[in-house]
Design a protein around this ligand. Structure first.
Ligand code: FPP
Ligand code: MG
Length: 298
């Protein structure tokens, strides 16, 4: 079924009759297609599941094109990003094209699905804006971080699960909660992997978030554990290009205070909550998706 989603996206793009857009799109490596998988699995491939999946993946691709411009990121999924090859203008415009065509197609699906997806896009845009604003200063507030990652990442994952439920006439709340929990866990794990994985495995530079000003969960918990002088040291590293000694200082402190383990457990708790719902529903495939969220290394 995922193949059918790929074909549908290609069809939507071919309908634009624009060679430049088609060529640029071909150069974007596919991701894990998590959102499409959720829509297909929750809806049990109901009518419009393929179209909804294609639209959501086009919106997701658009958001990453814009995000790489905003984050000055030149590598995505082990390849140079579109902004790295063709510049910011091309990346922004391709994002706009994918996003608007996706929205046009959304109108042909179902009003409730449209509302859920468009609300998620508002949320993810607000989340990205908050991410940028919060990166200006060291953030020690966990609740603000959770709200921002919920908006930036979990909202579209939550909406994908809810849209699947709408298409299949299933209980929206159950799947919505499942999507929200795995969505927040997904971004927590992403933020942990930035610290624990190598650039090769990640397909993008490692230890990049803090340099970009992003005080992700591990840094927030580390701050809580440190004494006053180390707190001062940590804040002084915020948004800087750190040398090896400084990076090792950070890694040692994470280890000393067992921070990564602690953060992983927090993500795990969310996945357990999501899994309980799917155990009740008897949905093995969605259980596995939740479990894979924790076990992934990129
Ligand atoms: C990645 O976060 C970014 C997102 C999940 C959302 C980005 C959203 C926007 C740019 C708004 C887009 C709006 C429209 C209308 C399409 P990250 O930088 O933490 O993850 P990364 O390490 O994978 O880049
Ligand atoms: Mg980014």
């Amino acid at each position: 079924m995922l193949n059918a989603v790929e074909r549908k996206i290609e069809q939507f793009i071919a309908e634009l009759n624009d060679e430049n857009s088609s060529n640029l799109y071909k150069q974007i490596p596919h991701g894990k297609r998590l959102r499409a998988k959720l829509i297909l699995l929750v809806s049990n491939s109901a009518k419009f599941a393929i179209e909804t999946s294609a639209v959501v993946e086009m919106i997701h691709a658009a958001s990453l094109l814009h995000d790489d411009v905003i984050d000055n990121a030149f590598i995505r999924r082990n390849k140079p990003s579109i902004n790295a090859i063709y510049g910011d203008k091309s990346a922004i415009m391709l994002g706009d094209i994918l996003y608007s065509k996706g929205f046009y197609e959304l109108n042909n699906i179902n009003v409730e699905v449209s509302k859920v997806i468009s609300n998620a896009v508002v949320q993810l845009s607000l989340g990205e804006q908050n991410d940028v604003i919060m990166a200006k200063e060291f953030n020690s507030n966990r609740d603000n971080y959770i709200k921002m990652i919920y908006q930036k990442t979990a909202s579209l994952i939550e909406a994908s699960a809810e849209a699947g439920a709408i298409l299949a006439n299933e209980d929206r709340e159950i799947y919505k909660t499942y999507g929200k929990n795995i969505g927040i866990a997904f971004q927590m794990i992403d933020d942990i992997l930035d610290i624990t994985s190598s650039a090769d495995t990640l397909g993008k530079p490692a230890m990049h978030d803090f340099k970009e000003g992003k005080t992700t969960l591990p840094y927030i918990y580390l701050y809580e554990k440190l004494d006053d002088s180390d707190k001062f040291e940590l804040i002084s590293f915020h948004a800087k290009d750190l040398n090896n000694d400084e990076l090792n200082w950070l890694l040692d402190k994470f280890k000393e205070h067992n921070i990564i383990e602690f953060c992983k457990n927090e993500a795990k708790e969310l996945v357990v909550e999501a899994s309980k719902l799917m155990l009740k529903e008897g949905n093995e495939a969605l259980l596995k998706i939740a479990k894979d969220m924790i076990d992934r290394d990129f």
